[in-house]
Design a protein around this ligand. Structure first.
Ligand code: FPP
Length: 247
């Protein structure tokens, strides 16, 4: 049975450095072209009616890159937030960010938080930027929040279940993750949305992120629609009740 559009798509935008190196350009040229892919992907997802798009723009581990590259990525993020403001507001996009945001330099954090606040009532699509994000760190944060609730007496340890943990993850305000895309021919999740990917369909493409454009997103969505999502059940059950899903 064909499935509908994914409600929530996440992307590991990989291959910027290799794309640039293959062209004899510095790695940052790949990130700059990658920012164009971000713009096109966001616009296409919005037009298609996707509810949420989460982009892995900077991992917790990316801080270990050479300082020049980290600085250049922060500068690109800053410019993105400034330059896309009108596009985000005009298209009713709600901007959110997840990760250790306090680690971002204040020249990025301030305009980012300001646009998140200004766009929080927008209902067209949620664009979630994962910045200084790590999936394990996210789960640790949720475990810590549960422990605090137990200590304060709000929750009994025996009540803890998947729903309560899920509600304490950074992605709690987003629909369940349906489709996880990774570019550049690598087959890893790289500490992205580990818990959230439990029932996501995984889509890997050899395309480098700077080359990833609207047709590539459409192709990934078409591949998703051809998948049969069983959530642990058998095909006949899925045909009877296709909407059943994980927490
Ligand atoms: C991975 O490619 C990509 C990143 C670590 C950064 C992603 C950033 C952007 C796409 C641009 C800025 C983002 C926004 C939201 C404006 P890589 O450098 O690891 O590539 P490689 O594996 O080929 O070296």
């Amino acid at each position: 049975m064909a499935v509908g559009l994914p409600r929530h798509i996440a992307v590991i935008m990989d291959g910027n450095g290799r794309w640039a190196t293959a062209r004899g350009e510095p790695r940052i040229a790949g990130h700059r072209e990658g920012a164009k892919s971000v713009r096109e992907t966001v616009r296409a997802a919005r037009e298609l009616g996707i509810e949420a798009l989460t982009l892995f723009a900077f991992s917790e581990q990316n801080w270990d890159r050479p300082p020049d590259e980290v600085d250049a990525l922060m500068e690109l993020l800053y410019r993105y937030v400034l330059e896309e403001r009108a596009e985000i507001m005009d298209n009713q996009i709600r901007l959110t960010a997840i990760g250790a945001l306090d680690r971002l330099p204040s020249f990025v954090r301030q305009p980012l938080f300001e646009l998140c606040e200004a766009s929080k009532e927008n209902r067209g699509m949620t664009l979630c930027l994962a910045l200084s994000y790590g999936g394990r760190e996210d789960i640790v944060g949720a475990a810590r929040a549960l422990a605090a609730d137990v200590r304060s007496g709000r929750i009994d340890p025996d009540e803890i279940n998947e729903v309560l943990l899920d509600a304490r993850l950074a992605t709690a305000s987003l629909p369940p993750l349906d489709l996880l895309i990774r570019t550049s021919g690598e087959y890893r999740i790289s500490n992205f949305l580990l818990w959230q990917a439990a029932y996501a369909e995984l889509y890997f493409t050899p395309r480098m992120w700077p080359e990833f454009r609207r047709p590539d997103l459409l192709e990934a969505i078409e591949a998703f629609r051809r998948r049969e999502r069983r959530f642990g059940r058998v095909s006949a059950q899925v045909a009877d009740e296709p909407a059943k899903r994980g927490p």
